[in-house]
Write a protein that binds this ligand. Structure first.
Ligand code: NAP
Length: 311
């Protein structure tokens, strides 16, 4: 049992992911005490709820850390308030709407002596570290990423996701990129992309990406929100010794056709263990590599206008 008192944590932006993942992961972790929430329209049962982060921090100065779970376009403003007030900050993915605003937060966290964590939940999927270890010893020669899902099922009526800064299909696609950037032994960079925008939306519904690196390892990625039926969250890596396949978003791993036994640890409990470690050690973990690839795709990608999308 821990001998230090738990970190007093509050959640800002209460919605789907907070109820599905954050609340269960936090309440199961003795390093944290969930003491409050701030959200314009929603609350969490059993703890005080405030309408804004400013109101919450003024009423409860004892709060030590916040998890920011609102859409990315609104994350920087809340993070700025929290870091300025000397609170440790957990950022849901993606960590912001631009690269520069995350750099601003990184500097602010350092200046205020508090921890900042850009969380990438998919990196904590069970297949990711075993795949990374295998690829460190068996260099990849190519990679195919297929991330296709039904947006109507996973993001019903989420308007923010279709607005500028909401990332569109890169909202799930960035999860794939967070795995790619974790398991590949060398950096890759975008060489070409095509982004498909519904004529009535500001964010893409599909994207095809080509990457390469100095070692000449080609990476091809396809993201599509128009998938119906079975969803595809697969990464297949060719090596001279055989194929490595991560499926179901990294929940399962095959090496050379044989499924590997994995420790089935859930992603969000691992994220909160990492955050507690950062707070206790006074460190930060700020990695924007997945977001940088998305920014590159918006810079380099060709744009194609496709049929309007209606929920
Ligand atoms: P959500 O339910 O649509 O939004 C979360 C909450 O943010 C909303 O309930 C809303 O609460 C608040 N919010 C919405 N618009 C806002 C605005 N304009 N200003 C301030 N707050 C606003 O979204 P979500 O699915 O939980 O996703 C939130 C974040 O978690 C996203 O970055 C997403 O990529 C990430 N994430 C989601 C999932 C998932 O499966 N859904 C998985 C992993 C990560 P109030 O109206 O009460 O303010």
């Amino acid at each position: 049992m821990s001998t230090t008192s738990p970190i007093k944590l509050a959640i800002v932006g209460v919605g789907k992911i907070v109820h599905d993942q954050h609340v269960p992961a936090i309440t199961a972790n003795t390093d944290f005490a969930l003491v409050a929430s701030a959200s314009r329209n929603n609350t969490i049962e059993g703890i005080p709820g405030f309408k804004s982060i400013e109101e919450m921090l003024a009423a409860m100065p004892e709060i030590e850390a916040v998890s920011l779970c609102m859409p990315p376009q609104y994350r920087h403003a809340a993070a700025h308030v929290a870091l300025t007030a000397g609170k440790h900050v957990f950022l849901e993915k993606p960590p912001g709407a631009t690269l520069s605003e995350v750099a601003d937060l990184e500097a602010l966290a350092a200046a205020n002596g508090v921890s900042l964590f850009t969380s990438w939940h998919s990196r904590y999927a069970p297949a990711v570290q075993p795949a990374k270890a295998y690829l460190a010893a068996h260099p990849p020669i190519n990679m195919q990423v297929t991330w296709k899902e039904d947006v109507r099922h996973w993001h019903p009526n989420q308007d923010w996701i279709w607005q500028a800064g909401g990332l569109g299909v890169f909202d799930p696609g960035i999860n794939a990129l967070s795995i790619v950037t974790e398991i590949l032994p060398s950096l890759v960079f975008l060489t070409g992309a095509t982004l498909e925008f519904p004529e009535n939306r500001d964010a893409p519904i599909a994207a095809e990406l080509h990457f390469n690196n100095a070692a000449g390892v080609p990476v091809h990625a396809e993201f599509d929100w128009r998938q119906t039926g079975k969803q595809s969250w697969d990464i297949v890596v060719g090596t001279a010794q055989g194929e490595v396949k991560l499926s179901d978003g990294g929940a399962r791993l095959w090496i050379d056709g044989k499924e590997q036994p994995l420790e089935k640890e859930a992603e969000y409990p691992s994220l909160y263990r990492r955050f507690a470690g950062l707070v206790k050690s006074g460190g930060s973990d700020v990695d924007v590599a997945p977001l940088r690839h998305v920014a590159d795709a918006f810079m380099l990608g060709k744009r194609k206008v496709v049929d309007a999308f209606h929920d």
